[in-house]
Design a protein around this ligand. Sequence first.
Ligand code: GSH
Length: 200
Amino acid sequence: MKLFHVPGYASLAPHIALREAGARFTLERVDLATGMTDAGRRLRDVHPSGHLGAIEIAPGDVVSETPVCMLWIAHQYPAAKLAPAAGTREYFTLAALLNEIATEIHMAYIWLHNPTFPAAAKATLQARLDETVDRYDAVLRGRDTLLTSGYSVADCFFYVTMTWALPDDPKPATRAGVQAFMQRMQARPAVQAARAAEGL
Ligand SMILES: N[C@@H](CCC(=O)N[C@@H](CS)C(=O)NCC(=O)O)C(=O)O
């Protein structure tokens, strides 16, 4: 199994989850400027969108889209208990969290970090993002994990997106729940190992 990755990008989320699961995998680093991997492959030859996260689970067979990669890992390694039992109410809460993190938080940061995106649109986007992350902050002031049932792949994904805050954003310092969550995440051996392997 190979995880396509760029250090610190969305691929860090499945990377953490794979380490939480004790999975055997290798990293294949992608150069986004050229679209080539460090194994000399053109990413789009095996994975047409070229977006991360993406996991090659067998030669030429790629599980893609970060929320789906996260669910795939949780299902492949049930002993790691990274997701509630499939089909339960709590499982769909996890699916909603993963979708919201991908569409509201991950995508917002992609545009906020894009120097060509207009400033007025960035302000609108930042306000919407703040509303979402403030809601997560309120949850994390009351408990340690996003799901009431405990640690899950949603925590891995949310953690990674929260490392992308813009340097001049004043909001993160006001979010006590998210700050404590980030400290707990950074203390996890899987997070430390994934970050170290990515040179972060
Ligand atoms: N819908 C995709 C979007 C992922 C995405 O845009 N990832 C960024 C990295 S954080 C990426 O691949 N950027 C490179 C590119 O768009 O070529 C997902 O959720 O996995």
